[in-house]
Design a protein around this ligand. Structure first.
Ligand code: ADP
Ligand code: MG
Ligand code: MG
Length: 199
């Protein structure tokens, strides 16, 4: 079973990973966006880590709802409300349980990803974070390692796609040939989950 501490470690592992990879995320965003994805998420996840140190929610749902709120209130870019919604909606779906199973997490994360699609209007193949998140959730039933691999494959598979949502869509055909920054950071988030489960 996964308790509040597991979810806290997932968020702090994600924060560390975003910190390490911020330059790469910003470089990807400079090719097809406005070169701020790394700094946006670094600001957001630093706030998440700080908030989780101050308040210590005692349920998995409470941890993710607090983390999502921090992302929404500190990240100015499109990714803030989208990732904030992902975590908040997943947290809400987990409810007030002190511990949740892997199957419940998979179901809750599915609700979170659906909420991101509703908010942003993106579908798989639009070259967004959805292209890493949907395969990850599909694979999560098989285990954390499978979800991680699926997210990484999904992020890499955005390279030949033409962006249909977000800033990259303004580039039209010129968005082809570059990996989507948000799909890349989504793969980091899922990798952090797998790392937390392995630790
Ligand atoms: P901004 O584009 O406002 O500068 P970021 O650079 O932080 O925000 O985030 C860009 C990423 O957000 C994109 O690479 C993409 O994955 C994701 N994104 C943008 N718009 C959408 C959307 N409508 N639905 C899903 N994801 C989106
Ligand atoms: Mg940007
Ligand atoms: Mg921006």
């Amino acid at each position: 079973m996964l308790d509040a501490d597991f979810f806290r470690r997932w968020m702090t592992t994600a924060a560390a990973s975003v910190g390490r990879e911020a330059e790469r995320l910003t470089a990807l965003d400079s090719a097809i966006g406005d070169a701020d994805h790394g700094s946006n998420l670094q600001r957001g996840f630093t706030a998440v880590a700080t908030a989780l140190e101050k308040e210590t929610p005692d349920t998995p749902g409470g941890v993710l709802i607090l983390a999502g709120q921090q992302l929404i209130s500190t990240v100015g870019g499109a990714s803030g409300p989208l990732y904030g919604t992902l975590l908040r909606r997943t947290g809400k779906a987990l409810g007030a349980a002190a511990e949740v199973g892997e199957g419940e997490l998979a179901t809750a994360l599915r609700a979170g990803v659906d909420a991101v699609m509703t908010l942003g209007g993106a579908a798989p193949g639009d070259k967004t974070m959805i292209d890493a998140l949907v395969p990850a959730v599909d694979a999560l039933g098989t285990g954390f390692a499978a979800a991680r691999a699926a997210a990484e494959e999904g992020a890499a598979a955005t390279i030949p796609l033409r962006a249909r949502k977000g800033r990259a869509s303004y580039l039209g055909e010129r968005s082809i040939g570059h990996q989507d920054p948000g799909a890349t950071s989504s793969a980091l988030l899922i990798a952090a989950l797998a790392e937390t489960a392995e630790a």
